[in-house]
Design a protein around this ligand. Structure first.
Ligand code: F6R
Length: 366
C-alpha cells in the first residue's frame, strides 16, 4: 500500500532512513566498534584465502557493485572486478577457487545474475549473494548470503534497494578488512560512527525538497542532459543518469569528469544542464577545472557537494548540498537528491512514475 503517498517511488525514497537502520541493525558491535555478521556464515579461513573478488549485477545493482569495488579495494586491498552479469558469463572471466563472486540483486530472480552464479560455481568459486528477498533464487544458489533489509520494493525504479546494497557493501568491506587486519582500528571505528549517522543525514535531505522540485521543473523541458564526476562521484552519476532516463525518458549520460574533453564536450550547447558531483574532495580542484571547461561551452552546471564547499558554489551555477560524511560513504547521501530529481522530473513530464514504459520490475529472461 502507498500509505498516503502519490507513488510507491516517493514512499520508497522516504523509507530510506529506516532501510539504512534495518540493514545496519544487529551487524555492529558498538562496544568493540567491529562488524558482526551472525547471518552470513562466511568463515575467517575463507576470507583469508580469498585472492580476488568479482562483483556482478544488472542495472542499478551493477551500479551498487561499482561503488562496492572502490570501497572493498580501499579497505581490504583485495583486487576487485565488476561486471554486468550478462557480460560476465560470456567473456570467459578468470575464476579460481580463491575467487569470491558476489552477486548483487534486489529481487534475487534476475536471469543474467543467476547465470553468472552458475558460471562461478562451475569454476569452483564461492558465491555470496546480496539480495533483498528472503528465499529468492540468488539467496538459495549462493554459498553465503547477506540480506539487505529495504523491505518490498514496488516501484520499477530502484531506490531504497540500491542504497541498502551500498550499506551492505560498506559492512562487508569493513568485515573483510577487520578479518584480514587490513584496516586500522581507528579508521574502522570512525567509519562505523559515520555509518550510524547516515540515517539521520538522509532524513535531513528528505526534509527539504523545494530546491530539487524547482530544478526538476527546469530540466523537464530538456531533451538531453549529462552527469559527471570523478571516482565514487562518477559511480553515483551513472546511477543518477539511469534513474532519470528510466522514468523521465530524458536522454542522459554519465561521464567521468576528466573524459569530457576527449570527445563528449562536443555535445554541450548553450544551456545544456550538467549535474556535476563533487563530494570527492581529494579531486575537487580537478573537478572544478572540468566544470569550467563545460561552462565555457555554455553548460548550466548544478553541483552536488558537501555542506560548506564554497569553492563549488563559485564554480557552478547552483549547488545542492548534502551533509558532510567520509568520502567513501558519500554515495549513500549524494544519490538521495538525485533520486528525488528523477522523481520530480518524471512527475513534471506527466509520466507514470511507478511503471515506466517498456520496463518490468524483475527481468527473469535473458
Ligand atoms: C533500475 C532497476 C533495474 C534493476 C535490475 C536488476 O532502477 O531497478 O536496473 O536494478 O533490473 O534487478 P535486481 O536487482 O532485482 O537483480
Amino acid at each position: 500500500e502507498k500509505s498516503g503517498y502519490a507513488h510507491f517511488m516517493l514512499k520508497e525514497i522516504e523509507e530510506q532512513p529506516r532501510a539504512y537502520r534495518d540493514t545496519l541493525g544487529g551487524r555492529i558491535d558498538e562496544q568493540d566498534k567491529s562488524i558482526v555478521f551472525p547471518d552470513m556464515l562466511m568463515g575467517l579461513e575463507q576470507i583469508r584465502d580469498m585472492e580476488q573478488i568479482h562483483l556482478v549485477g544488472c542495472g542499478t545493482a551493477y551500479h551498487a557493485a561499482l561503488v562496492g569495488k572502490t570501497i572493498i579495494e580501499q579497505l581490504t586491498r583485495i583486487p576487485v572486478e565488476v561486471d554486468v552479469a550478462s557480460e560476465y558469463r560470456y567473456r570467459q572471466p578468470i575464476i579460481t577457487k580463491k575467487t569470491l563472486v558476489i552477486a548483487v540483486s534486489q529481487s534475487g530472480e534476475t536471469a543474467d545474475t543467476l547465470a553468472a552464479i552458475t558460471q562461478a560455481k562451475l569454476s569452483g568459486a564461492r558465491v555470496l549473494g546480496i539480495t533483498n528477498v528472503v528465499g529468492s533464487s540468488v539467496s538459495r544458489e549462493a554459498d553465503f548470503q547477506l540480506m539487505t533489509w529495504a523491505g518490498p520494493e514496488i516501484a520499477v525504479a530502484s531506490t531504497k534497494a540500491y542504497t541498502s546494497q551500498l550499506i551492505a557493501l560498506y559492512l562487508l568491506a569493513l568485515y573483510i578488512g577487520q578479518s584480514k587486519g587490513s584496516i586500522e582500528q581507528s579508521l574502522r571505528a570512525e567509519l562505523i560512527d559515520k555509518l550510524n549517522k547516515l540515517p539521520e543525514q538522509v532524513q535531513s535531505l528528505l526534509a527539504n525538497t523545494s530546491q530539487i522540485q524547482r530544478i526538476a521543473e527546469q530540466i523537464a523541458a530538456f531533451k538531453d542532459l549529462y552527469f559527471m564526476g570523478r571516482g565514487l562521484d562518477y559511480m553515483v552519476a551513472m546511477e543518477a543518469s539511469l534513474k532519470l532516463k528510466e522514468i523521465s525518458y530524458i536522454h542522459s549520460e554519465a561521464y567521468p569528469a576528466g573524459e569530457m574533453k576527449h570527445g563528449s564536450l562536443a555535445l554541450i550547447e548553450e544551456g545544456t544542464p550538467i549535474i556535476a558531483l563533487a563530494t570527492q574532495e581529494h579531486v575537487l580542484e580537478k573537478t572544478i577545472s572540468n566544470i569550467r571547461e563545460v561552462k565555457a561551452r555554455g553548460a548550466y552546471v548544478i553541483g552536488i557537494a558537501f555542506e560548506g564547499n564554497l569553492e563549488l558554489a563559485k564554480a557552478a551555477d547552483e549547488v545542492i548540498y548534502v551533509p558532510r560524511t567520509d568520502a567513501l560513504l558519500a554515495p549513500a547521501l549524494s544519490v538521495i537528491p538525485l533520486q528525488l530529481l528523477a522523481y520530480y522530473t518524471a512527475l513534471a513530464r506527466g509520466n507514470d512514475v511507478d511503471k515506466p514504459r517498456n520496463l518490468a520490475k524483475s527481468v527473469t529472461v535473458e
